[in-house]
Ligand binder design. Sequence first.
Ligand SMILES: C[S@@+](CC[C@H](N)C(=O)[O-])C[C@H]1O[C@@H](n2cnc3c(N)ncnc32)[C@H](O)[C@@H]1O
Length: 299
Amino acid sequence: MTVAAQQDRADKVWARRDLAPMDAYEFRQWSELLEARTGISLPEKRKSFLLSNLSIRMRELGYQRYRDYFHYVTDGRRGMVEWEILVDRLTVHETRFYRDPTALQMLREIWLDRLPASERPHQLRIWSVGCATGEEPYSLAMLVDDALLTRGVRAYPAITATDISAAALATGREGIYPANRLVNLPEGFRGRYFRDLGTNRYQVKDALRERVCFARLNLLHLERTPLTPMDVIYCQNVLIYFRKPQRQRILDRLVAHLRPGGLLVLGAGEITDWSHPETAIVDYPGTLVFRRSAPRSES
Ligand SMILES: C[S@@+](CC[C@H](N)C(=O)[O-])C[C@H]1O[C@@H](n2cnc3c(N)ncnc32)[C@H](O)[C@@H]1O
């Protein structure tokens, strides 16, 4: 047997070795760390999610005990580097192009189709919060481009796409997706907005990719975020992982990033217990949208 084959066999044997079980104290340690650093709350029923994702990484590094790996992750600068890798494994990146067609249609009807003709091009600013691997911000970019083309309105659309996972953002920036991820796109969009790379892979065309700026941002640090006021903040399937007080704090901060008249688009049914004095709910069936009112004049 060659040295490489011996190594491969040893790796497989190692990978099959069972890790020590995670006790209640260790579970609490890990779930508190995750919540403190990301806001994501991990109930006991999601313990298997934590276990399987932690154990893959621990096997890669050769750790057998959860508490040893915990010390490694929480140990100074070395731990911070490891955390950057781990956070990607402990966050759910499930997403799709045109995941919520009703919300996109709503944006078209109540915003894009009502943009007045104007001498100067409109500046349109959209923020996809928790954008995962890019399907959501690119869907928004396609929606806007199509609406502007159809109406002949001139505008400079800029889409900011943020997430806590550096790996997900890197996939978004590259904009390459297998053919089966493109099936929900409206007719004609695949040909218009994607380049066929062969071998069943498609890349978002440069003109659209250039409109989307991907950036790392932890939702827990929104107060440090210097963004220009947005026309639309689109935040779906992210806050469902947070506890109510954290969710409400984040929503309040998101409102502060909206321009007067701007729209905050959440997932339908995601939030039932939040309101804000400067927002009113938009009545559009099958969606959850808030519009920011003009600031009250101080008198
Ligand atoms: C399920 S995906 C949702 C993707 C997309 N918004 C959609 O609806 O298809 C949730 C995303 O939220 C991100 N996320 C979780 N906690 C975060 C935090 N504290 N700050 C920023 N992004 C976070 C995850 O990395 C993940 O990519």
